[in-house]
Design a protein around this ligand. Structure first.
Ligand code: NAD
Length: 429
């Protein structure tokens, strides 16, 4: 099938690459010329394991990138909208990008002869596809949704860092639609992924995505809160998490205590759902608490470090900047407030990450130093602070440190293998 994908970020490019690998002809559309160039040269503009190999095999015969939306739509049967849906300062979802794209697509559909299906894959608050996307498509095209063109809401559940695996082996594919023809077309696209398909209406599809993210964020804040209690009473929260995670009603996933959730999804999606709840007169007590626990968690890291170390003028190696391992994404990463806090306390920060140095440079500029080798970040440091669970940190050599003190917020170091002169401290155990 010929498919166009608008927005070549984490979701759009992974969607495009995985469909292309299954033999579909994909055109990626983006407004960022650097991204377009990179994709056409088989270079992933984002870091995601396995993506480079897929681009290598599918560009240019099954996948190419362009800024020409008109050509992309005219040469495809379906268009996936994968642009960002950030939230405003008050938590409300910001629909600027998706509205703009909907209008542009509508204008092109006005002159398109063949049936076309528009698929909203961006995470949008319940009611958005019906109340914003469809009216914009209809007014710009002069056509009727469900009759002259199709509309589907197909939320994406991939995790950054495991995006390719998740896309290829989804737990389920959710298809929200207003007509069977377009839902059938999208279901066919996913045929090779052999996942259970759930067909619902547009608003339900949108709500499933917010509910999934809110529940996962709740699990993280829950275990972090429990972890903060564990720290005080001398219990290892990871043992507790294992003990409860073996219960099939709970599951072991998303029970890793740490410095809090970040990324471009959980914080903004929970905020947007809280805002929507308020709009419809519901006071979301639990969801507000989830965000509050998360906002406080970086503060807990700072409090504990401050108790044990003289921060002023001390060299601190910050190991891990991305909000999780396997990605270069630092959006809403807990590393940001923690580094800001340490700088306020007068620390000298030597930062390391495997993929996220460039993104972090845009935030902290010359306020900290950046190191692509762990040993250079550790050189002369009085404390190593592990913030991202990159597995490579498990086998670090602490020799370059001035004082061998480690504060591990992710519980990734095997204490039994640590040399005797290393002091090891954790966040929630
Ligand atoms: P992103 O910021 O990485 O990518 C968005 C892309 O859209 C950018 O490349 C940008 O240049 C492009 N863009 C913006 N306006 C455009 C326009 N008018 N025309 C063409 N391209 C345009 O975003 P993302 O992380 O991929 O997220 C996209 C959506 O998917 C969001 O709604 C997000 O909530 C949702 N989502 C994200 C994840 C994730 O892990 N990142 C997972 C599931 C769902």
């Amino acid at each position: 099938m010929n498919v166009s994908v608008v927005g070549s970020g984490y979701v759009g490019l992974v969607t495009a690459a995985c469909f292309a690998e299954k033999g579909h002809k994909i055109t990626c559309v983006d407004i960022d010329p650097q991204k377009i160039d990179k994709i056409n040269n088989k270079i992933p503009p984002i870091y995601e394991e396995g993506l480079a190999e897929i681009l290598e095999s599918v560009v240019p015969h099954n996948l190419n990138a362009t800024d020409d939306l008109l050509e992309a739509i005219n040469s495809s049967q379906a268009t996936f909208i994968c642009v960002g849906t950030p939230c405003a300062a008050d938590g409300q979802i910001d629909l600027t990008h998706i509205k703009k794209v909907s209008e542009q697509i509508g204008k092109i559909l006005a002159d398109k002869k063949n049936y076309h299906v528009v698929v909203v894959k961006s995470t949008v608050i319940p009611g958005t596809t019906q109340d914003h996307v469809i009216p914009l498509l209809e007014s710009a095209s002069g056509k009727t949704a469900g009759k002259d063109f199709g509309v589907v809401m197909n939320p994406e559940f991939l995790r950054e860092g495991k995006a390719i695996i998740d896309f290829k082996k989804p737990d389920r594919v959710v298809i929200g639609s207003i007509d069977d023809e377009s839902a059938d077309l999208v279901e066919k696209l996913y045929y090779h992924f052999k996942a259970p398909v759930l067909r619902v209406d547009l608003k339900t599809a949108e709500m499933i995505k917010y509910t999934a993210n809110s529940l996962l964020a709740t699990k993280v804040s829950f275990i972090n809160e429990v972890g903060n209690v564990c720290k005080k009473i001398g219990v290892n929260v990871y043992d507790v998490a294992q003990g409860i995670g073996l219960d099939h009603r709970i599951s072991p996933h998303f029970l890793s205590a740490g410095p809090g959730f970040g990324g471009s999804c959980f914080p903004k999606d929970v905020s947007a759902l809280i805002y929507k709840a308020g709009e419809v007169g519901v006071q979301p007590i639990l969801l507000n608490a989830v965000l509050e626990v998360n906002r406080n968690q970086p503060e807990k890291v700072l409090e504990l470090i401050e108790k044990q170390h003289e921060i002023k003028d001390s060299k601190i190696a910050v190991l891990g900047l991305a909000f999780k391992a396997g990605t270069d994404d630092v959006r809403q990463s807990p590393s940001i407030p923690i580094i800001e806090g340490l700088l306020d306390l007068g620390a000298v920060i030597q930062a390391h990450d495997f993929e996220a140095l460039d993104a972090t440079k845009k935030i902290f500029k010359d306020k900290i130093t950046y190191h692509s080798e762990i040993k250079d970040a550790l050189a002369g440091a009085e404390l190593a602070l592990i913030l991202t669970e990159w597995p490579q940190y498990k086998k670090m050599d602490f020799t370059p440190m001035k004082e061998k003190k480690i504060f591990d917020t992710r519980y990734i170091i095997n204490q039994d293998l640590l040399p005797e002169d290393v002091e090891y401290e954790g966040l929630c155990w």
